[in-house]
Design a protein around this ligand. Structure first.
Ligand code: 5RP
Length: 236
């Protein structure tokens, strides 16, 4: 693991380590997406290599997770081959006091929701900058949409009070394309007062595959913080 003095990176490494240390031998592990979960995947690989963990199999939530799992020699399987997931570890873009989340900063929220909600224990790993009083305060809500429905879905999202924008690529001309070949609309809502209702309402718009609201599904949040100059991990 590279040594870093960047406090956000240090917090991400610490929660990644804390989450990886909760994985037990003989388990099926949902592998989340993003820079924080990447540390957890690396540490799971370290524990396997040391012989501290045995007989682990991972279910990746994205192409990124799959690439990392292969890099760290974590065997992979698919949902067709298992009848349960013991534990899933994933990041988030916002976490509210009820442990509801906004996810999808990496455009992977559709597969993440499938895997994370199937897990017997779903652990979220974040740095303290992700904590909010109300969802939507700092992050736009990602909505995955099939390409031919982008315009009507945007109109419907405006009618719901949102300000939608198509997510564009960085270092890639044109829009971001998801692992499923779809597009992502990021929506600014002034207030998300009822995340459970908004999650269902948006998913009911024809052409929407999934949105980034994760309501009532988190078991544990591990929060990386810097206290007195040192990284610590707090549980919520
Ligand atoms: C990807 C996600 C990520 O988990 C989320 O964006 C957090 O990423 P990071 O740990 O890099 O801040 O939902 O779709």
């Amino acid at each position: 693991m590279a040594v870093t003095s960047d406090p956000v990176r240090v917090m991400k490494q610490e929660v990644g380590l804390a989450a990886a240390s909760r994985v037990k031998s003989d388990s099926i592990v949902g592998l989340g997406t993003g820079s924080t979960t990447a540390y957890a995947i690396e540490y799971i690989g370290d524990r396997l290599a040391k012989g501290e963990l045995k007989n682990i199999v991972g279910i990746p939530t994205s192409f990124q997770a799959e690439v990392l799992a292969k890099k760290y020699s974590i065997p992979l399987t698919s949902l067709d081959a298992v009848d349960k997931i013991d534990i899933a570890i994933d990041g988030a873009d916002e976490v509210d006091p009820q442990k509801n989340l906004i996810k999808g900063g990496g455009a992977a929220h559709t597969r993440e929701k499938v895997v994370d909600t199937l897990a017997e224990q779903f652990i979220v790993v974040v740095d303290s900058g992700k904590l909010v009083d109300k969802l939507g305060s700092t992050f736009l809500l990602p909505v995955e949409v099939i390409p031919m429905a982008v315009t009507p879905v945007m109109r419907k999202l405006e009618k719901l009070g949102g300000k939608p924008e198509l997510r564009m690529g960085i270092k890639k001309a044109g829009p971001v394309v998801t692992d499923q070949g779809n597009l992502v609309i990021d929506v600014k809502f002034e207030q998300i007062d009822n995340p459970a209702e908004l999650e269902k309402t948006i998913n009911n718009i024809p052409g929407v595959l999934e949105n980034g609201l994760f309501v009532g599904v988190t078991d544990l949040v591990l929060i990386g913080e810097i206290k007195d100059g040192k990284p610590v991990v707090r549980e919520m």
